[in-house]
Ligand binder design. Sequence first.
Ligand code: HEM
Length: 120
Amino acid sequence: MIVRRDTTVQALTWPFYSLMADSRVMANIVREIDSVLGGDETKIAFETLMHELPYIKAVFHETLRLHPPVPKNIKQAVADDVLPDGTRVYAGEIVGYSNWCMGRNKSVWGQNAETFVPER
Ligand code: HEM
């Protein structure tokens, strides 16, 4: 029900929310755009975003960490399997996970896990 549309909408909406809440990050973005594009709109292309605007890319990744459009998911094993931590999963069993919680886990991201910091 949400595939393609709502995921993309949320992935584009949350960065702007984050930018409006943090003038420091906004200033860094404007500085990067000015220095890379230099007012040349013809340079606005997918390749430019992927390879020449690392700060903007980091802002996008940080947005997905804090506001994942698909915040939890489940998988059903088609065959017996072993997860990376050694947990056994048997055919037909369902495993659920929350990447929303994983993205805010202080043991992974530190005490400032709830803070929007693209530099991390
Ligand atoms: C930032 C944007 C997006 C995010 C965060 C996102 C995230 C996801 C996630 C988490 C899944 C489930 C994967 C799984 O359970 O294995 C998924 C499935 C899928 N996504 Fe996206 N997606 C995004 C954009 C898009 C776009 C733009 C398209 C197509 C133009 C698309 C097409 C699909 C399709 C076809 C599936 C499989 C659905 C199914 O299994 O029935 N997604 N996406």
